[in-house]
Design a protein around this ligand. Structure first.
Ligand SMILES: Cc1cc2nc3c(=O)[nH]c(=O)nc-3n(C[C@H](O)[C@H](O)[C@H](O)COP(=O)(O)O)c2cc1C
Length: 272
């Protein structure tokens, strides 16, 4: 498989960042494709918390304290950035199965009312964080996902030393640490979507648990970070209703050379 990746920062990144910085809430809508009981494709949407562009994540102080106490070097060196949008989820929910059974297609959508702009991001999404290294799907994909990481522009460290210290495991753990203990505990909830009348046979699965241990095996079994690789991004700007603007960026992939995939973003202004 070849992923859609550009080695240079996407041209829409600074714009969406400036809009997100002016926004209070960080939720977005995530659409996947599922199948109804007759096997027909059906749209599925839900709200998820946007966790920024992987792997950049500003941890709150208590999350960083847990990282400092429990993770080697307090986590990864601040080395990489990417255009992959991140959210976290529970593997027992429906969206991951829907992604895997439909070629990983996803659409994410923000309506940022403070700036009167809608952003739609279409692409493919992959989950990381399976603690079982025999998960070929994820572990086979990691080298390809690694291609989507770029060294940050303002990085001034020891590149080879820091690259050696960077691991996927620390990256995923940081997203787990970013959740409060009670949110971490939600990954030990009874199975999402199952009837409440059915009590789980596993006594570890209960509502309202608090998790401090970042390696809690029950919670980490269920916790995943989902990475969205954008292929088409669209901005609808309603800030001036006399002159509504709609812009589209499409990632065009070239023939892959020995340096791996490297697409080019093409920008088009379209009628709203
Ligand atoms: C404000 C808000 C934030 C949410 N954040 C997430 C999230 O980050 N990840 C997630 O999987 N579900 C989140 N949910 C729950 C989802 O909307 C949804 O109910 C759940 O993921 C199950 O969906 P699924 O079975 O279609 O996968 C959030 C819901 C709300 C209302």
């Amino acid at each position: 498989m070849s992923l859609s990746i550009s080695k240079t920062r996407a041209p829409w990144r600074n714009l969406i960042n400036s809009h997100l910085n002016k926004t209070e809430g960080y939720e977005f809508t995530i659409a996947t494709v599922g199948y109804d009981s007759h096997g027909n494709p059906v749209p599925r949407v839900r709200t998820c918390g946007f966790r920024g562009f992987f792997p950049e994540l500003e941890l709150h102080s208590s999350g960083q304290k847990d990282m400092d106490q429990q993770v080697e070097d307090g986590g990864n060196p601040h080395l990489f950035e990417s255009d992959m949008l991140a959210f976290t989820t529970d593997v027992r929910m429906e969206k991951l199965e829907q992604l895997e059974s439909t070629g990983n297609v996803i659409e994410a959508m923000f309506w940022l009312k403070e700036v009167m702009v809608q952003w739609r991001i279409k692409g493919k999404a992959y989950s990381i964080g399976n603690p079982n290294p025999e998960s070929e799907r994820e572990y086979g994909l990691r080298p390809e996902l690694f291609e989507a990481l770029r060294v940050q522009d303002d990085y001034r460290g020891d590149l080879s030393g820091d690259a050696d210290k960077w691991t996927w495991e620390k990256a995923v753990t940081k997203y787990f640490a970013n959740h409060s203990p009670v949110m971490r505990g939600s990954f030990r909830n009874p199975p999402p979507g199952q009837p409440r009348s059915e009590l789980p046979s596993n006594p570890d699965l209960r509502l309202g648990q608090k998790v401090i241990n970042l390696q809690d095996s029950v919670a980490r079994e269920n916790f995943r970070v989902v990475l969205i690789l954008p292929e088409e991004v669209e901005q609808l700007d309603l800030s001036d209703l006399d002159d509504v603007r709609r812009q589209k960026w499409t990632l065009l992939m070239d023939e892959e050379d020995e340096d791996g995939p490297d697409g080019k973003w093409v920008e088009t202004e379209i009628w709203p």
